[in-house]
Design a protein around this ligand. Sequence first.
Ligand code: NDP
Ligand code: 8X3
Length: 250
Amino acid sequence: MTKVAFVTGATSGIGRATAFELAKQGYRIIATGRRAERLEELKQELTQVPVYTLAFDVRDKAATQQAIDSLPAEWRQIEVLVNNAGNAHGMSSIQNGSLDDWDAMIDINVKGLLYVSHAVLPLMLQHKKGHIVNIGSIAGKEVYPNGNVYCASKYAVDAISQGMRIDLVQEGIRVSEVNPGLVETEFSEVRFKGDKERAASVYKGFQALQAQDIAELIGFIVSRPAHVNLAEVLVLPTAQAAATIVHKQQ
Ligand code: NDP
Ligand code: 8X3
């Protein structure tokens, strides 16, 4: 039976591209996200391997556990978990921040990643084999103006990834963390609450990373020999030197 990869946030951007990339390596794909219609579209398009979809909100711990418990036997031997679901919500100073935005970022990026991992890990532990790839960010490596809580959520992903690696080393489970800089996805549209013009301006004047770039990196990480773990990768567009230092053409 072919191996199984579980990808969160597969309805868009990095997660969607990763589902396609891992399928190229022969993984059967469990694709998850909230938007069931997008998951259905993915299933229609991704025909070279079997695809199983689970629509749930990672903020809801009961729904997350229930969804993963509902997997049929032939989908339970998960070898790769890509903890990708996440977003920034808003971008403002701490004194002008919105509690709802803060809740969303902490609940999705931090607690959601934990809920999914908590439900999937027992399936990996049964086989003493598995690879967890957490999607952090350059925002988990440096704090930038008005990034406060989003950065905090990604610093938490960094700490959780290190903690997972320490606790799971004796179990033979690899834990990797991918920390991208600016990737052109729906990320900024979500951050700026549907303001497409403002979102597009983030990626103007330079060549941003594309979701495919990150998907290929994830594909590389999970295809290393069993004794090799790429623990952490910071990946930036060539035009980006740090979180707020981007060389843009006028
Ligand atoms: P997108 O907005 O394109 O994709 C986000 C994905 O997360 C969607 O599939 C969305 O699915 C899913 N998601 C969001 N909220 C929830 C939720 N409550 N429950 C379940 N799924 C959810 O953004 P990206 O592809 O860019 O983002 C993917 C990851 O990459 C995120 O963790 C982000 O922080 C990180 N990242 C992004 C960078 C960038 O510049 N784009 C740079 C560094 C890191 P749905 O809405 O259907 O639920
Ligand atoms: C997304 C990249 O720079 O907007 O994590 O924080 S950034």
